[in-house]
Every structure is written in C-alpha cells, then in structure tokens.
Design a protein around this ligand. Structure first.
Ligand SMILES: Cc1cc2nc3c(=O)[nH]c(=O)nc-3n(C[C@H](O)[C@H](O)[C@H](O)COP(=O)(O)OP(=O)(O)OC[C@H]3O[C@@H](n4cnc5c(N)ncnc54)[C@H](O)[C@@H]3O)c2cc1C
Length: 493
C-alpha cells in the first residue's frame, strides 16, 4: 500500500514536494491555513485587476525545468526573460539606469560615472561566478548529516573564497567600484536575501553573477500564480487532497514518532510521514514546543526584513515604467544601516515597483496598469505598531507619482495595502519576516533548522527557513533535498 504523507502548508516548497513524492508513488494530503494554495507565492484579484501578491520574478529557472522533468511531466510554465533586468531610479536623476545583461551596453549606462566599468564588472562577476560554481553543489544542493558533515563539505570549497565570508558585500563593492551608483545597484541583491549589503557577506556577490551572467531573471506568462495553478492541476489529477482554512496547532506523538497533527478545530490529521512547510524555526517553537525555538530564542535569531506591499490598479498607461523598477534616494548607506531597526516609518522610503501588466496585459482592464509596490521594513520585533499603514502607503504613492510625473492617487481604481501584520497573520511568517530566517554564515547549511526533525523519525521540513534557504528556485531545490531524505529513510518502511 502507498505510504501516506501529510504536508502542512501549501507554499511552493509543499507543492514541489507533493509533485516529487506523488511521482514516486506516495499518497499526499495537504492542509493549509490560508483559503488558497501558494503561501507567499499568491495572487490578489480585485476590481478586474490581478496582482502577484509576493514573488514577481526568479533566477535559476532551470530548477523548475528539473522539477517537472524529474517528475515525468511536461513543463507547463511559459517563462519570459527580463531584458533589461530592471530600471533603477535615483532621487533627483530623471533618467533611470537600465540594467542590461549585455555588459558593454550596461557600461554605456554609466559612461562618465564609473570609469572602465565594463572591465571592472567583468572581473567582479568572474570572481562571483567562481564562488557560485564552487559552492552550488557542495553547499546548496545537498543534505547534511550534522555539523561535522557540513564542515567537511565546506572544506572542499577553495580557500581563496574564505575572506569573502567575513567581509561585507558593501566592502567588496567599495573596493572594486568608484561610483556610489554602481555600488548601490550591485548591492540591491542583498535585499533579495532580506538583509542589507552591510550585513550580507561578500560571498553573496554570486547573486550578481546569477542575475547578470548565469541565468538572468524570469517571470511567468499569465502571472506568477500560474506556477501554483499549474502544479495544483497536476496534483489534482494525482488525487492529492487539499484542505484550506485548516491551521495545525498541536502535535500528537508516540515515542519518537508523530502519530498525528491537530488543527485549530480539534480535528486530528494522520499519515505515515509528515512534512511541515510552515516556517521551520517557528513551527518547532510554536507547534512542537521546543525550548531551543521558544519566543525569546526565536527573537534572538536573524530574520529577514518584512514586506510592506501596496497593490494599485490605475487608469492610464504608464509608458515610462518598466516591468521592474527600483526607486532609491541619495542616502543609501544611512538609510540601509538604520531603517530596519526603527519603530518609525521612513519619511522618504526606498521601494520596488513591479508593473506586470506591461508583459501580462490580461492582469489589468484595457487602458489600465496594475502596480505592485514593495517597501522592505523592520519586522514586528522593531515596529509592532502598523496603525500608520495607510499614511505610509499615501506617502509612497505620492513620491512615486512625483517621480514618474503621473497622478496615481487621482487615477486609482483599486488599492490594497498589506503591512507586516497581514503577512504574519496570513501565512504564519514569524514577526512578519518576508523571507524567513536570514542567510548569515551562522544560519546556513548545518546551522539552519534541518529538513529532518531532531526528535521525530517521521517529520521533515521544506521551505524558506530550512535548507538550503529562501527564494523560489532555492525552495524547489529544498523540495528535492527533503524528498531524497524521505526516500532514503523510509524506503520499504
Ligand atoms: C513580498 C515578497 C516578495 C518576494 N519576492 C520574491 C521574488 O521576487 N523572487 C523569489 O524567488 N522569491 C521571492 N520571495 C520569497 C518567496 O516568496 C519565498 O522564498 C517562497 O515563496 C517560500 O515558499 P515556502 O515553501 O517556504 O512556503 P510559504 O510561502 O511560506 O508557504 C507556507 C504555507 O504554510 C501555511 N502554514 C503556515 N503555518 C501553518 C500551519 N500551522 N498550519 C497550516 N498551514 C500553515 C501558510 O499559510 C503558507 O501558505 C518573496 C517573498 C515575499 C514575502
């Protein structure tokens, strides 16, 4: 008889794991707290507009190719490559910098600003590429059996990269480039890890390599939620049952085995094997009551920034906005090093704007655009009070209107604001942290909550806060790692 796996949560990590496990003959059932699958990879549909709720693009698209191929299904996703990758607007400079993958073209953008840009960029990206290829298989794409195994694997990474583990990304860029603009732009990838370039180790310059050289950035035709829709369609044909509005709150055990999980209504869900796609650190604390993950300990950990997001449907075409745009001020070092630990909303926020109707016209009515605005904010440990949400949204919308020369407020047809409290409550994101645990050296590899439970022999984890880490392709890799573990430890059980 097929072994049954219960997955708690239906984020991308869950869906990808369900796809892999059903391909290997397991029976899978999924319980989800929210009313729709996808977790952070979600959708808002309102007043004729649709918005990607969270992720709007990704790198390492080949991880999706691998997922579908290894499960014996045709890849149902149609991807658009972003070219240029994005536009960066600095306060007081009308023309944005267009970030091209063609490095000669990129250098032209910085003519008169960064001398010898092309040569410097090639040298920087070559070093970053070496880190990527020297660590991808050793650190990212494998399971570790404890710290000793991890350190042993790490010792295979060439020693020449070691200094970059201890210097910050900002310091690395400062040593290689002269202009503030280039340093700031190349350091934006640190925010994709949910941190700042001053805290992020320079090894993560590998993200500049993945964006500019390796695989670039992609989004999905028809909107990012197609990833969820298409995987769920396959899972439906395989008989996977989904139960929404069902939050797991308690574990039942017998010795070192989980015998069931109880939901908030007292119903007990049973299976042979369990996978938690709920945050791997806070689930251990809140549902399993582990001391190592109680609230004071969770609060001491490094968490990624919280999202403050606005979804704006507007009348009119915003021809001067690209699909992906960053709006920055001129006080980057000051802003990035202070803003994330304060309880006060910024007067002049930095933010990211995505207009998916530029490449997916069906996501907005004719003659309209859909804007997704993301402003990274301190998590709820630092700023618990979000009663100023609507004011902050007004402030950001007014700033954006000024900078693109279009009155967004007067042309707004629909508006939704999600602050860190919404993100926390909708998806159980700890203190509203958008990307889960941070990726400092003390919280990766064997130092990140493992994908195998410490005490229960039949409980596993997948998602942003377990290995290898956060981001769509990385979570897809995580689904492969957890499936490998389950296969190895439960074959024939
Ligand atoms: C605003 C924002 C923008 C982002 N942009 C990008 C991007 O552009 N590119 C990119 O690659 N990544 C991006 N990310 C990161 C990416 O969304 C995540 O890394 C990824 O989606 C995490 O997937 P996951 O498998 O951890 O599941 P999650 O999305 O965390 O889903 C977990 C699910 O479990 C459910 N759950 C939790 N606890 C319980 C419980 N006790 N009982 C039942 N159900 C439970 C939750 O409701 C949720 O549906 C972004 C994230 C945010 C927030």
């Amino acid at each position: 008889m097929a072994k049954k796996v219960l997955i708690i949560g239906s984020g991308l990590g869950s869906l990808a794991t369900a796809l892999r496990l059903t391909s290997k003959g397991y029976e899978v059932e999924i319980v989800e707290k929210f009313h729709r699958p996808g977790g952070r990879l979600n959708i808002i549909e309102k007043d004729g507009f649709s918005f990607d709720m969270g992720p709007s693009f990704f790198s390492m698209s080949y991880e999706f190719t691998e997922l579908f191929k290894s499960c014996g299904v045709q890849n149902p996703l149609k991807l658009n490559e972003l070219n240029p990758l994005y536009a960066v607007y600095f306060e007081g400079r009308e023309k944005p910098f267009m970030i091209h993958k063609d490095l000669a073209k990129l250098a032209q953008e910085f003519a008169g600003i960064e001398p010898d840009m092309e040569r410097k960029t090639r040298a920087y990206l070559e070093a970053a590429g070496k880190i990527f290829h020297d660590t991808e298989d050793i650190v990212i794409k494998r399971n570790f059996n404890g710290t000793a195994d991890y350190l042993m694997q790490l010792s295979r990474v060439p020693w020449k990269h070691a200094p970059k583990m201890f210097r910050s990304m900002w310091k690395e860029l400062d040593g290689r480039f002269d202009s503030q603009e280039v340093k700031v732009i190349f350091s934006l990838v640190a925010f994709f890890l949910g941190s700042t370039p001053f805290q992020t180790p320079a090894v993560y310059s590998l993200l500049n390599y993945t964006e500019l050289i390796h695989d670039g950035y992609w989004n999905v035709q028809g909107g990012m939620y197609q990833i969820v829709t298409k995987i769920k369609e396959i899972l439906d044909t395989r008989g996977v049952k989904f139960h929404f509005n069902t939050e797991i709150v308690k574990v039942h055990q017998s010795g070192s085995r989980v015998t069931g999980f109880e939901d908030a209504n007292g119903k007990i869900w049973t299976a042979d094997i369990y996978v938690s796609n709920s945050d791997a650190a806070s689930f251990r604390g809140k549902v399993l009551n582990r001391k190592k993950y109680d609230t004071p300990k969770l609060d001491e950990m490094d968490w990624t920034l919280s999202p403050f997001t606005i979804y704006l449907g507007v009348k009119g075409r915003l021809e001067n906005l690209k699909h992906h745009n960053y709006f920055l001020g001129n006080n980057f070092e000051d802003y990035a090093s202070t803003i994330f630990k304060t309880s006060v909303s910024p007067k002049k926020p930095y933010y990211y704007v995505n207009v998916s109707s530029r490449s997916n016209p069906e996501s907005a009515p004719d003659g309209c655009e859909n804007l997704f605005i993301l402003c990274p904010m301190p998590d709820l440990r630092y700023k618990p009070d979000w009663s100023d949400s609507e004011d902050l949204a007004d402030n950001i919308i007014a700033d954006l209107s000024n900078r693109i020369g279009y009155d967004l407020k007067a042309n707004t047809l629909t508006r939704t604001v999600m602050d860190p409290v919404h993100w926390q409550n909708n998806f159980n994101l700890y203190r509203g942290s958008g990307l889960g645990l941070a990726h400092g050296l003390n919280q990766i590899g064997a130092f990140r909550p493992s994908n195998k439970d410490e005490e229960f022999s039949n409980l596993y984890y997948v998602g942003a806060s377990t290995v290898p880490g956060t981001g769509l392709p990385i979570v897809v890799i995580g689904s492969r790692l957890v499936t490998e573990r389950i296969e190895k430890e439960h074959a024939g059980v």
